[in-house]
Design a binder for this molecule. Structure first.
Ligand code: GLN
Length: 768
């Protein structure tokens, strides 16, 4: 068959997040295990049916999960950490979920970012046990789809090299033995699939698109050699995605039947390599030509022409087409959106629309583009209309971008001088205490907002209500004896959405959810037009809070990189430019706050690291503009204005230089969960600006102990100077209850007092 179509995976959450609801109902015990299995099966089959209905030639199965697909592989192999007291028998759903979420007795496994996406997987732990194949999920998925839907699917799973590389192997355990066991387990899976008559087996190996070493690649080669020797009949489709493969020549020579390459995100490098080194005649090339990471419609003609050109290198029998990665990173269907204009929707393609595009490209390639010229033309017009729309032609925004100079990226004086000037006004004690910004969003806060949105209460009443919350919490902060206050962010649901709704250039969807981790789904805004500040966004609440106290109240904003990385972004201009546009808008808000007398302004960048490219050689240029964007937003203030930022969960070890480059007066970070490990990063470093130590974990309702917090501070003081340290919780408090927050903050303030006493003498000595 010419131009066979396939996909790497389809979103499992369902059009209305049925998946999430089912999982959570099971957790809440309102759904029995039997009912759970039944609903999940229905959803799984419905998802496969979508592929069938969209005419996908090689339908993918096994891309479904009850929580996370990396965890699935671990559990298939019996990799259950000892602390879960598993008896070695069948692995029940309860055990499966406790690995992911922890239980009363045992901490959950770590969770971390899936390559450069906003999805997070459960990190497999290998402790040296003997592994065994407890379940063959790809086989089960294949049989189910065959028996229930009559299709012969292509089962998929995370490939052996990626799984191996993502595993946290406990200390003193021989990695080689682990790898041998994995090869054996994958062999068993392949054997069973082949015995069942499975034609294609998909192994996902995104690890090949990262900067992996030559040595690791040689090892990968050995793995595939052994698998092919053990099960020569298995036809493996090796999928790479998110970037171009690093060791092209080695990858294409692996003994597999087909290889998937990403021609969206790794286009230049992949195509250059393909032209230079060719592609083995006997193998299938699966070309990823539809963007699986963004929500814009595909430029059909351009991709059609590209595939036509590829025909000169690959025979059309061996050239398959697919989206660039699993469609789980985009929402399910544009059809669920009722509030966006038809014109705008013409430019969007979520998973279902991408399936249609795939089908269209296949038909056009098979039958000739002439039959389809109207559709091509319509698509070109749609894209041109959006590109030429007024929202993308805001002259003032474009001019402002043109006028940016190096000067815009730095503060006038170095931190040391700024600190003195700021301290003259702020008069802060040693170990100043503060919080990260948001305070408990009670049921009442949520209910009142919902009523305002439904028009049940007036905007005026809503504002009065928010003011009363602010007042209540200014009083609490006064009683607690904190040093720098916040207004509490009661008016915000989400730190990106709140600003997006007030800026020009953002659009919001009703049901465009994507999974972020476990059952948690997010609904990223769409940055479709030029971003522009229209009116003050935070002034009323901040200024009101400040009017109630003589203590400084921090202004609280979301940084440009976080807004960018937590949104779907237009792709007609470079990301850097979008980041600068947002930065200019935030700068305007910073200026306004400053003008209104706000002394301290915090610009949060928890997602700065999320935009980091997979390839090491692309990271420098990303960091340069990302840091510049932050500085563009924050540098124009007077020396006496104190700039803070907050970063939660960031691997700081290799991130000190970027942090230094941000040149914030204070950066607050997480130091409690990682038990001071993060602070290690500051060792051997002459980082001099202030650091807010996140001394307790806000993700747990537990009230922290004085000695725990002191231990973190003492630990930090081994590498930091006393006068550098602030004390704060490790993240915003909006998800916590009022009573526990007050109790925790009281202990935190007590800790600061104890520390001040303890280190008073040292400071006196230092001054003398
Ligand atoms: N100011 C935000 C809050 O407290 C910061 C949260 C974050 O950076 N993740 O909610």
């Amino acid at each position: 068959m010419k131009f066979t179509s396939t996909i790497i995976g389809y979103p499992y959450i369902g059009e209305n997040r049925e998946w999430k609801k089912t999982v959570e109902a099971y957790w809440a015990k309102t759904l029995s295990e039997k009912q759970f299995e039944k609903s999940m099966k229905a959803l799984r089959l419905a998802n496969i049916q979508k592929q069938i209905d969209a005419n996908v030639d090689v339908v993918t199965v096994g891309d479904f999960t009850f929580y996370d697909r990396v965890l699935d592989v671990a559990v298939m192999f019996g990799m259950v950490p000892k602390r879960f007291n598993w008896d070695g028998g069948t692995i029940h759903l309860e055990t499966y979920y406790s690995i992911a979420r922890g239980n009363e007795q045992a901490l959950a496994s770590e969770m971390t970012k899936w390559f450069n996406t906003n999805y997070h997987y459960i990190v497999p732990e290998y402790d040296g046990s003997n592994l065994r194949l407890y379940e063959n999920i790809p086989l089960k998925a294949y049989i189910e789809a065959r028996d229930e839907l009559g299709i012969l699917g292509k089962p998929t799973m995370i490939g052996p090299v990626t799984f191996y590389k993502l595993t946290k192997v406990m200390e003193n355990i021989n990695k080689q033995t682990y790898l041998f066991q994995l090869i054996d387990l994958y062999t068993q899976i392949l054997n069973a699939l082949v015995a069942e008559g499975v034609k294609w087996i998909q192994f996902e190996e995104p690890i090949f698109t990262t900067s992996i070493s030559e040595k690791d690649m040689q090892q990968a080669k050995e793995v595939y050699k052994q698998l092919s020797k053990a099960v020569p009949q298995a036809q493996i489709l090796l999928q790479t995605y998110f970037e171009a493969v690093e060791h092209y020549e080695t990858v294409i020579s692996l003994p597999v039947a087909g290889i998937g390459l990403d021609f969206v995100h790794g286009f230049q490098e992949n195509i250059t390599n393909l032209k230079r080194w060719g592609f083995p005649k006997e193998k299938i090339l699966v070309a990823g030509v539809i963007n699986g990471r963004n929500i814009w419609c595909t430029p059909l003609k351009r991709q059609f022409d590209f595939l036509t050109e590829l025909k000169s290198l690959i025979s059309s029998e061996n050239l398959w087409i697919q989206p660039s990665c699993s469609l789980m990173h985009v929402p399910v269907t544009v059809a669920s959106e009722s509030k966006l204009s038809e014109e705008f929707k013409n430019n969007l393609a979520f998973a279902d629309e991408k399936l249609q595009e795939l089908n269209f490209l296949k038909n056009a390639l098979r039958e000739g583009s002439d039959y389809y010229k109207d559709i091509f033309k319509q698509n070109i017009d749609n894209i041109a209309n959006l590109n030429h729309s007024r929202d993308r032609q805001l002259i003032t925004v474009h001019e402002a971008i043109q006028q940016i100079t190096e000067k815009d990226f730095s503060r006038k004086k170095p931190h040391k001088i700024r600190k003195e000037l700021q301290q003259e006004i702020l008069q802060l004690p040693l170990f100043p205490t503060t919080t990260i910004g948001s305070l408990p969003q009670t049921e009442e806060v949520k209910k009142t907002r919902a009523e305002m949105r439904k028009g049940k209460i007036s905007r005026e009443d809503y504002r009065t209500f928010i003011q009363s919350e602010i007042k209540k919490w200014i009083d609490y902060q006064e009683k607690l004896g904190l040093d720098v206050y916040v207004h509490g962010e009661f008016e915000r649901t989400d730190m990106v959405e709140y600003f997006g709704e007030k800026l020009k250039g953002f659009a919001f969807t009703e049901k465009a959810w994507v999974v972020s981790y476990g059952s948690r789904c997010v609904k990223p805004p769409i940055i479709y037009g030029d971003v522009q500040w229209i009116e003050p966004m935070t002034i009323a609440e901040t200024v009101y809070a400040q009017s109630l106290t003589t203590k400084p109240v921090k202004g609280m904003l979301t940084g440009p990189n976080t807004m960018l990385n937590w949104s779907f972004v237009r792709d007609d201009i470079p990301k850097k430019e979008v980041a600068y546009q947002i930065a200019l808008a935030i700068r305007k808000e910073v200026q306004t706050l400053e003008r209104e007398g706000i002394q301290i302004i915090q610009v949060d960048e928890p997602a700065l690291r999320e935009g980091l490219p997979l390839k090491v050689n692309k990271q420098t240029s990303y960091l340069e503009w990302a840091i510049n964007a932050f500085k563009l937003a924050t540098s124009e203030v007077a020396d006496v204005t104190q700039i803070h930022t907050h970063m939660y969960y960031c691997e700081f070890n290799d991130f000190i230089e970027p942090i230094r480059a941000l040149d914030t007066d204070v950066i607050s970070i997480e130091t409690s969960k990682s038990h001071g490990e993060i602070i290690e990063a500051f060792k051997n470093n002459d980082y001099e600006n202030d650091i807010g130590l996140g001394v307790y974990d806000i993700h747990s309702p537990r009230i922290p102990q004085l000695n725990e917090m002191q231990a973190i501070i003492d630990e930090s003081l081994k590498v930091l100077a006393i006068e550098q340290c602030w004390i704060n919780p490790d993240c915003g408090l909006k998800t916590r209850k009022t009573a526990e927050t007050l109790a925790a903050l009281e202990r935190m303030v007590d800790t600061a007092k104890i520390m001040r006493e303890r280190y008073k003498q040292e400071v006196l000595n230092m001054i003398n």
